[in-house]
Design a protein around this ligand. Structure first.
Ligand SMILES: [Zn+2]
Ligand SMILES: [Zn+2]
Length: 235
């Protein structure tokens, strides 16, 4: 009997929350299901300006509603058609992007996450059991801070960025950091990005804990679907 496999998207952005994305959460869910995925993480960009002035619970509720609009749309569709939708988030600090795993909605009720240095953020994540991944660490001329993350995105499949993500440099960095996790994500903003990254495992990913445990075990394959140069659209 053939072994069952499970595909997981680790990095995508929904149009409801991330202004840079052209695909809504519900459409992503349907398309990933068609592509044979069983799980997606929604990692919308953390929007500091929504949270900056939050003081009261009510003010946070309004900001969190905007921040989670894409995730909640995706989750509702995932529950309807049978695809696991999990919460992540991507935060930019000084030009580098960080992906969080193991968070829940309470994560967004503390605006200090948008005000920390990478090292402070790493300590914060360790205290709370969050896993921090450096997204596309060498996109263009970035300088990653590898000692302040648990893992490296060695493949970022985002089609518009495929030729300046410098995934080869990210892989070389991971090679000298044997204790760091290594992963892959599509960074999907457009239909053309869908399923260009992610992981394949023999165990299903029903939670962020499952995902991190699988990464730690080494028992998974990286998805890396290159983009042909003529297929790149600079929106
Ligand atoms: Zn984006
Ligand atoms: Zn991203």
């Amino acid at each position: 009997m053939e072994k069952q496999i499970f595909k997981t998207e680790t990095h995508l952005h929904c149009g409801e929350t991330s202004g840079c994305s052209l695909v809504t959460g519900d459409e992503f869910v349907r398309r990933y299901k068609e592509e044979g995925f069983s799980t997606i993480f929604v990692s919308d960009h953390y929007n500091r300006k929504w949270f900056r002035d939050c003081e009261t619970r009510e003010e946070y509720d309004i900001a969190v509603e905007k921040q989670l609009r894409g995730y909640r749309t995706a989750k509702a569709e995932g529950d309807r058609i049978g695809l696991t939708v999990l919460l992540s988030c991507e935060l930019n600090i000084d030009g580098n992007d960080y992906l969080f795993y193991g968070i829940d909605e309470s994560f967004f009720y503390d605006k200090s996450i948008g005000e920390m240095t990478p090292h402070q953020l790493f300590d914060y994540c360790n205290e709370r059991g969050y896993t921090l991944i450096a997204a596309h660490p060498y996109r263009e001329d970035r300088q990653p801070v590898p000692e302040a993350v648990h893992g490296i995105e060695i493949v970022n499949g985002g089609h518009n960025h495929y030729y300046h993500n410098n995934n080869d440099k990210a892989l070389a960095l991971a090679a000298i950091l044997p204790n760091h996790l290594r992963t892959s994500g599509s960074d999907a903003h457009f239909v053309e990005d869908i399923a260009h990254g992610g992981i394949i495992s023999e165990e299903p990913v029903n939670s962020a804990d499952d995902y991190i445990r699988i990464l730690r075990s080494g028992k998974y394959d990286i998805i890396d679907i290159p983009t042909a140069k003529e297929d790149i659209n600079y929106y």
